[in-house]
Write a protein that binds this ligand. Structure first.
Ligand code: BES
Ligand code: MN
Ligand code: ZN
Length: 483
């Protein structure tokens, strides 16, 4: 989608639909006359995500006006603006329109709102239907959105929003691919394409190199599959670094999770194609980072494997030696995410990363605790946790801090190895995080469990069904605000 900024007046804009914001409890003077009866009947209240489409409003060159509620005065956040823009785009797309404009007037004419509107419009335009060949009944994307606003610094704000929105759509393109097509090596190819197009360096470790290095935990998960594993390492180096930090963004890349020998029930297993959504978010974030050029070094690491049962698969009871040297007793082959992440975490430290953020569709337990609303955040470092939560807030990716008491570690005590890969059925998200903490050690680390938030089972007004790209926006904001 083409995203443009216009500093002209909204009334003179020639567009199929002009999106105008209506605040709850007030009446727009420029619509008062034309829409008097709609206001009087209470059809236009200005409630958040309330849309009214009207034709031929006198005083406007636009063919249609989409009156779009913002909610109560002063209540609309930047994250809310992104949702509003996305929902408006989806509404107009449903009407078969191909271009639109959105007026951000008065208090809404700020860099933050322009950025959010651009991002929301781009992500709202995405659909998960790339393999549908019979397309007559499918909505066609909006081709062009013009954001009308006035002020300084709005061009670069618009560009930032577009860059982050497009990066989220790249992550969703990858996450939505079915598991027969998106194998670990295919995921590596997607990362190579992003690297080549955006000037990032990439290193893909194959099974031999992982064996030489001693990544026994990651390789154990890969044993059951005919698809070879890959550890994808994407790096961004700033022209001039203003910070000595080196951030690692680590994303779980299980291209399909059957559970392995500890096999999952058939019902709903197809959803385990999105067990690489956090890895896709890390790849997409690197595209945005390469384009936004922050002054801090960032490396993304995506351990990519398929978790399959079979005669070569790892067994419950196997003991593997991780890259850290710690031995791990695999009591449940379905707790595979932590096994691949622990080696990626150790490798990130070996590469010199000073701060680690890992994201993973790690546990069903986080969805039991927080539902499909907030992702769970675990951390061994107050400063990094605070930075991360602030980044997630502006990204509109709701999260919640979860505990890491030493008591959880007791559940992971193994008689035969240094640690075991599962605890009891209680506090499953916390014991999974506790497992990873062991490998982060003293390095500042944040773990984000996105098992409940990486995928929408039903479309929202502002976003299609399917991958959400969470936590891509938080990744990007953390990097862009790093000091
Ligand atoms: N990929 C799953 C977690 C998951 C569940 C993601 C639902 C998205 C939706 C993970 O590998 C897994 O299987 N976790 C197990 C851990 C258990 C065996 C300790 C789980 O949550 O049941
Ligand atoms: Mn699993
Ligand atoms: Zn999994």
């Amino acid at each position: 989608m083409e995203v443009k900024l216009a500093l002209t007046s909204a009334t003179a804009l020639d567009t199929e639909a002009l999106i105008l914001l209506e605040t709850e409890g007030s009446v727009r003077p420029d619509l008062q006359k034309a829409l008097a009866s709609s206001y009087a009947s209470g059809e236009i209240k200005g409630k958040f995500l309330e849309f009214t489409l009207v034709h031929g409003v006198p005083g406007f060159k636009a063919t249609r006006i989409l009156v779009s509620g913002t909610g109560q005065p002063g209540k609309l956040t930047e994250a809310g603006m992104a949702k509003l823009a996305g929902a408006a785009i989806r509404f107009l797309k449903g009407k078969g329109l191909r271009n639109a404009a959105m007026a951000l007037e008065g208090d809404f004419s700020t860099a933050g709102f322009v950025e959010a509107a651009a991002r929301g419009a781009v992500t709202g335009n995405w659909e998960p239907d790339y393999l549908r060949t019979v397309r007559e009944d499918l909505p066609r994307p909006i081709e062009k959105i013009t954001i009308v606003a006035s002020g300084t610094g709005l061009e670069s704000a618009l560009e930032r929003g577009q860059i982050v929105g497009e990066a989220a759509n790249v992550a969703r393109d990858i996450a939505v691919e079915p598991p027969n097509l998106l194998t670990p090596l295919a995921l590596a190819d997607r990362a190579r394409a992003v690297a080549a197009a955006n000037g990032l360096t990439i290193d893909v470790l194959d099974r031999d190199r992982m064996q030489q290095l001693g990544m026994g935990a990651l390789l154990g998960v890969a044993m059951g599959s005919a698809q070879p594993p890959a550890l994808i390492v994407l790096s961004y180096k700033p022209a001039t670094a203003t910070s000595g930090s080196h951030l690692a963004l680590i994303g779980k890349g299980v291209t399909f999770d059957t559970g392995g020998i500890s096999i999952k029930p058939a019902d709903g297993m197809e959803k385990m194609k999105y067990d690489m959504a956090a890895g896709a978010a890390a790849i997409g974030a690197m595209q945005a980072i390469a384009r936004l050029k922050p002054s801090v070094a960032v490396t993304a690491l995506i351990p990519a494997v398929e978790n399959m049962p079979g005669s070569r698969a790892q067994r419950p009871g196997d003991i593997v030696t991780s890259l850290s040297g710690k031995t791990v007793e695999v009591l449940n082959t379905d707790a595979e995410g932590r096994l691949i992440l622990c080696d990626a975490i150790t490798y990130a430290k070996q590469l010199g990363c000073t701060h680690l953020v890992d994201a993973a569709t790690l546990t069903g337990a986080i969805a039991v605790a927080l539902g499909q609303v907030r992702a769970g955040v675990f951390s061994n470092d107050e400063e990094l946790a605070a930075k991360w939560l602030a980044a997630s807030e502006t990204a509109g990716e709701p999260m919640w801090r979860m505990p890491l008491d030493e008591e959880y570690r007791e559940q992971l005590k193994s008689v035969y190895a240094d640690i075991q890969n599962i605890g009891t059925r209680w506090g499953g998200a916390c014991t999974a995080a506790m497992f990873l903490k062991e490998f982060a050690g003293d390095t500042p680390w944040v773990h984000v469990d996105v098992a409940g938030t990486a995928w929408l089972d039903e479309a929202k007004a502002w976003l299609a069904k399917g991958p959400t790209a969470v936590p891509l926006g938080s990744f990007v904001n953390l990097v862009m605000t790093w000091k």
